[in-house]
Design a protein around this ligand. Structure first.
Ligand SMILES: *[C@@H]1O[C@H](CO)[C@@H](O)[C@H](O)[C@H]1NC(C)=O
Ligand SMILES: *[C@@H]1O[C@H](CO)[C@@H](O)[C@H](O)[C@H]1NC(C)=O
Length: 477
């Protein structure tokens, strides 16, 4: 293994502590009104649920949107989507999340703070932990830690196809915006596990994230037992294991592990870890067997969750437009099979130890050698010759891009992407394009490349390579 994920993400940390919440849309007066309305709504929902389950199932079709604040969240009916929100929530998003949880269901959640790709991996871990603890995962938004604090967060469900995910999992998956109203200013008290202080020794506080602030949660943390750390007392690794964390979801280990909690910052409340909505501060550094194992074929988080996290159809269509435009393919014509490349430079310059970029990173001929290997492997496997190659990269040097074009490789034109779709979209579109290759060549130790490679293997049955870097001979083989 190369860089640990801490250093992978180090460059991305600059915005993580800027907790800028949603604008406080609900004033106190409106809050009281809204609370009354939501109480009324809850009683109504209970009645409606009772009526629904005791009458003709077709009646379920109309009972969904009866409350005040309207939402543009698709709420597929329970008949069509048996694992949809209505199967595990009381109803529409509420002012306090507690009003929306069902007493017969247990839930699990966590926060993120390490750049988009690493946050995707963290949510994969969260959903997997939900599977092995029989709890419904509630997924927060993606925060713009790699883009800049001025960019609004983007909901998980605007990137990943949540209805498809829960259908393929055969389990419910929720987003926070479906549970608690995104513009609610009501502060919910909750107890959570602090895993961060059990796995590392530099920071004497739970892992920080802007998500609890955005969700208006006032958290009292209980320090998790030190035995959750996979390699005891080893400061150079901060992983815990899925099953050590999972034991805390069950009564016997939970009770044996309780210690006096840290009072919450806002209400000064000391609360034990919540058993209805179980929460952990941070789940990036979690594995079954080995640190950073998502890149390995056996990774359970990938095999049972990650591979079912497909893009939303809207995002796929948008990426298709970019690919068509890049290749000069007419709108109605099929897109030819292509090999995708991801070259990461800028974020990784800090690891070059002062070497000039041109000597540190693989040159285009070195990358091309890998492209030819992938092409050959596809030909050996399928008898099919792939002639199209698409480069995605964070490189900004125009000369370098000119050399890419001279190789006959295509590239998405992002000159207007931010203006048209917002600052999230260059990276989202690139990630989709990378995953659509029938073969993939990425940058070694880049989590964005690693996850793109897994998608190409799982979704396209395509061969993948990661190009090594560090000095001019790093990728010699
Ligand atoms: C928080 O609560 C504790 C125990 O009730 C009390 O001793 C302490 O003074 C409180 N701290 C603040 C800042 O209110
Ligand atoms: C841009 O890339 C070219 C070719 O790779 C290289 O020769 C040149 O030094 C680079 N310019 C800068 C400013 O890095």
């Amino acid at each position: 293994m190369g860089l640990d994920a801490k250093s992978r993400a180090a460059f991305q940390y600059r915005d993580q502590f800027k907790a800028v919440g949603y604008p406080a849309l609900l004033t106190r007066k409106r809050f009281i009104l809204a609370t009354c309305a939501s109480l009324l709504f809850i009683s109504f929902t209970c009645l409606a649920t009772f009526v629904r389950y005791t009458s003709n199932p077709a009646a379920r079709l109309e009972t969904e949107s009866v409350d005040g604040p309207r939402h543009n969240i698709a709420r597929p009916d329970a008949l069509v989507d048996p694992f949809g929100p209505s199967s595990v929530l009381m109803g529409e998003p509420t002012i306090s999340f507690r009003d929306n949880l069902r007493s017969d269901t247990q839930y699990i959640t966590s926060w993120v703070s390490a750049g988009w790709t690493n946050d995707v991996m963290t949510y994969i871990n969260l959903i997997y932990l939900g599977l092995i603890t029989d709890r419904v995962p509630i997924i927060p938004e993606f925060i713009p830690s790699h883009i800049g604090g001025h960019v609004p967060p983007i909901p998980f469900g605007e990137v990943f196809d949540v209805p498809r995910l829960r259908t393929e999992l055969g389990k419910p998956v929720l987003e926070w915006r479906e549970v608690k109203h995104p513009s609610s200013t009501f502060v919910d008290d909750i107890g959570c596990w602090n895993t961060w202080e059990a796995v590392q020794y530099r920071e004497a506080f739970p892992r920080r994230s802007r998500i609890p602030g955005d969700l208006k949660l006032d958290i009292s943390y209980t320090k998790a037992p030190t035995w959750i750390k996979m390699i005891p007392d080893y400061e150079h690794d901060q992983h815990s294991t899925f099953w050590s964390l999972a034991t805390l979801a069950f009564p016997s280990t939970r009770e044996a592990s309780l210690v006096p909690p840290l009072p919450s910052p806002e209400h000064n409340l000391s609360l034990p870890p919540d058993d209805h909505l179980l929460c952990y501060d941070y789940l990036y550094y979690v594995c079954a067997h080995k640190s950073n194992e998502l890149e390995f074929d056996y990774s359970p988080a990938w095999r049972y969750v990650g591979k079912y996290m497909h893009w939303t159809p809207a995002l796929e269509q948008l990426a298709d437009q970019y690919v068509r435009l890049a290749m000069g393919v007419a709108e109605s014509a099929p897109i030819p099979a292509f090999i995708s490349i991801h070259v990461r430079h800028h974020d990784f310059e800090v690891y070059c130890g002062g070497l000039p970029v041109q000597e540190c990173f693989a040159s285009l001929p070195v990358i091309d050698r890998r492209v030819q290997e992938v092409k050959e492997e596809i030909y050996q496997r399928t008898g099919f010759v792939v002639n199209h190659v698409i480069m995605t990269s964070d490189e900004r040097n125009a000369t370098w891009w000119h050399e890419v074009a001279k190789l006959g490789w295509f590239t998405p034109d992002h000159s207007e992407t931010e203006e048209k779709y917002g600052e999230w979209y260059p990276v989202l579109i690139d990630a989709v394009i990378q995953s659509q290759g029938v073969g993939f060549v990425g940058t070694d130790r880049s989590t964005m490349s690693i996850i793109a490679g897994r998608r190409v293997e799982s979704w396209q049955s395509g061969p993948t390579r990661l190009v090594k870097w560090g000095n001019p001979h790093s990728d010699d083989h």
